[in-house]
Unconditional design. Structure first.
Length: 277
């Protein structure tokens, strides 16, 4: 209970200022109810397939589904934010929900008691993503959900699995949003601009994510440019030092050559120089 409350307070400080108190409360209540209903249906279904009384009489409860849903909200709002744990493990915030589910699965195999938390975590992750993806109202009141590619369902999985997961996610998306997505896709942008309304996907949260990605890309480009400039300066410095070394080595040779000339040769050289002048 204490870790769940601490996670709610900490994650709530990140999400509530962006969503607003009303939307944050609605999100918590909705995810909690949907997670409970889905877990109940899953346990009853498992009983009818296995006929094991454990699925009906084992008391299960928890707030883990809401915690998983809040992590999905963090993934939506700040996907490129770097998180460091104990100065060793470093990853981006977009992987928080996936790591939470993976950790729960590992604990289910290592510690049997944690298998009671797995349905809450899985259904909490999926129901929260479905709500934020398709149904969360925007500030303008006309559009709903987050259609950006960075928040697609396949982004919860590694790159190797995304082609397969993307096909399944497309089918689920059609089932969830239906014709509403087709109507939203053909919205006339000229009419929206003429009416002074924002275009789809131009909400402040998405704009903030774009600015964050742009700033990160700019920092990476500047770092590469600085490295290239440093490498060029080092190469130029090496060439200059090599030329100076060669000149310094040639100077004693010239002096020695002048010293080895006889008096008549030196006078002849002086005469030739006077004639040229």
């Amino acid at each position: 209970l204490i870790p769940d409350v601490a996670a709610l307070l900490f994650l709530g400080r990140l999400l509530e200022p962006v969503w607003g108190s009303k939307e944050f409360l609605r999100f918590v209540l909705l995810v909690n109810v949907l997670t409970t209903v889905c877990t109940f249906i899953a346990m009853v279904t498992a009983y009818y397939f296995t006929f094991q009384g454990y699925f009906l009489y084992e008391p299960i409860s928890g707030f883990h589904g809401v915690v998983a849903g809040l992590l999905v909200g963090v993934k939506q709002l700040m996907p490129d934010h770097d998180i460091t744990i104990a100065y060793i493990l470093k990853f981006r915030a977009k992987w928080l929900p996936s790591l939470f589910v993976l950790l729960t699965v590992v604990l289910c195999f290592c510690i049997g008691h944690y298998r009671l938390f797995l349905p809450f975590v899985v259904f909490g992750t999926y129901t929260s993503w479905a709500y934020l993806r398709f149904f969360q109202p925007k500030a303008d009141g006309q559009f709903k959900g987050d259609p950006s590619d960075d928040f697609a369902f396949e982004t919860f999985f590694p790159e190797a699995l995304r082609p397969v997961v993307g096909t399944v996610a497309t089918i689920l998306g059609r089932l969830l949003c239906g014709r509403r997505a087709d109507r939203a896709a053909v919205v006339d942008e000229d009419e929206l601009l003429a009416a002074g309304k924002p275009l789809p996907g131009s909400d402040p949260a998405e704009a903030s994510r774009r600015r964050e990605r742009g700033a990160r890309a700019l920092e990476e480009r500047l770092a590469k440019a600085a490295e290239a400039a440093a490498a060029g300066a080092a190469a130029a410095g090496g060439s200059a030092s090599g030329g100076a070394t060669a000149a310094a080595a040639a100077a004693p040779t010239a002096v020695a050559t002048g010293a080895s000339l006889g008096p008549s040769e030196r006078s002849a050289s002086s005469g030739n120089l006077a004639d040229k002048v």
